[in-house]
Design a protein around this ligand. Sequence first.
Ligand code: PLP
Length: 229
Amino acid sequence: MIAEKLKEVKENIEGAKAKRSPDKQHEVRLIAVTKNHDVQAMREAIDAGVTDIGENRIQEAKEKFATLDRDVTWHLIGHLQTNKAKQAVKIFDLIHSVDTLHLAEAINNAAAGINKVQKVLVQVNLAKEDSKSGVYVEELADLLHKVDELPNLQLMGLMCIAPNYDDVEECRPLFAKMYEIFQKVKEITFSTANILYLSMGMTHDYEIAVEEGANMVRVGTGIFGPRQY
Ligand SMILES: *Cc1c(COP(=O)(O)O)cnc(C)c1O
């Protein structure tokens, strides 16, 4: 079941990649979002070829991290509270949700405490939704430079979550704009940052995100089915 759905998602990604303009020929990394699914489902997905998993809550991730007997790359895709930074750096290879200097500093300090350089993305709130985290684009460059200066962080790119439009096509201009911003950010001279990733697209909109230039997509429902809360 999971293996079949995973195959379908991968085929959809290939289909979307084929529709891209010639300037967008990069690989796309699929993050299987396992929040609210158990460790058995995670094993099944990993055994079917998943290499990257995404979680959004520290407590849940911590329990799964202790139980999961598989080698996999861990992504924190949800909002992080500064008081959980210490636990987050122990688990996650890439934290997608840095959106304030305060949070960046907390992660930096936590990472320093375990002699780690924590890879992070900065989350952008492009549509300026009150309900969502993320830095506004006007403040993005400033935050990126400050994150770049923190010795125990390595900035790897940008992340965004599109609004939940009735018509998913409405996401397209937003994703296109994010890609444009991503290209501009790549041209900035940083000291340690290595701008490689543009994380955007979830189950309902990942194909559009890929068509517009995402190189990391975060798919949960499309692989595991609906979540039971
Ligand atoms: C839950 C979540 C996803 C995956 O959502 P699906 O619609 O199940 O694919 C992706 N990104 C973030 C930030 C999430 O919280």
